[in-house]
Design a protein around this ligand. Structure first.
Ligand SMILES: [Zn+2]
Length: 242
């Protein structure tokens, strides 16, 4: 699934995972309200990025076309709470939201910088939260927090882009998918952005993730924003049975 930022020719992948708790969404992208009645912050971002204001791009509309009504999604896992990842939460009011405790705290007490991209409208419906704090496992050497779903999946703390930003690792049967979210530059192109920009906006993990990717070509690595060509040619919402 891919709400698009055409100026950058990128979309935001939203993974739909078939689990023992029904379909689980990893990130929602922007939601109906972002296209139909955006708040001032989203309006400004949308103008800057020349976002196509097409409600059909939202996860909820794309899922409907696949035959899933909104109430079918009872669980949403979020890498972080920025509007372009969490904007669809109001479209899934029945869902429990799984996120790192530090990210929830960052939302409650936002500071300057990247906290500007939290949109209160995404949480105004009062979602139910399940918060995670302490790693209880390791995954390929990363501290990891086991999520309560089968297939096996983990929150991987990758703090930096936001105070509680996490990757999400999902066992897809044949191997692993690692959604690194905004801890990586667009399209997981490790050398796309200079170090100073990584430090400022992306976080401190790019180098480690590049080393990891080189050592583990079998792990399918995604970034929070992928080039539009990825959605046409690469795995899309059908990944993991979704
Ligand atoms: Zn972000």
């Amino acid at each position: 699934m891919a709400p698009h930022f055409p100026r950058w020719r990128v979309g935001t992948p939203c993974l739909l995972i078939a689990t023992d708790h029904g379909p689980v969404l990893v990130d929602t992208g922007m939601g109906l309200h972002d296209y139909m009645a955006p708040g001032p912050m989203v309006r400004a971002f949308s103008a800057w990025l020349n976002v196509i204001r097409d409600p059909e791009l939202t996860a909820v509309r794309q899922l409907a076309r696949l035959g899933y009504p909104p109430e079918a999604v009872q669980h949403v896992i979020l890498t972080h709470l920025h509007f372009d990842h969490a904007g669809g939460l109001p479209d899934f009011p029945h869902a429990r939201i799984h996120v790192h405790q530090r990210e929830y705290t960052a939302l409650q007490r936002p500071r300057w910088g990247m906290a500007l991209a939290y949109d209160p409208l995404d949480f105004a419906h009062g979602p139910r939260w399940t918060l995670y704090e302490h790693p209880d496992a390791t995954w390929f050497g990363f501290d990891a927090i086991r999520l309560p779903f089968a297939p096996e999946m983990y929150l991987i703390p990758l703090f930096g882009h936001t105070r509680g930003h996490c990757g999400v690792a999902v066992c897809d049967g044949a191997g692993w998918l690692f959604q690194c979210g905004d801890a990586l530059p667009v399209n997981a192109e490790f050398n796309l952005t200079p170090q100073w920009l990584n430090r400022l906006a992306i976080g401190p993990h790019v180098r480690r993730l590049r080393v990891f990717a080189e050592a583990h070509p079998e792990v399918h690595i995604l970034a929070g924003h992928m080039r539009t060509s990825f959605f046409k040619n690469g795995p899309d919402s059908k990944q993991n049975g979704g």
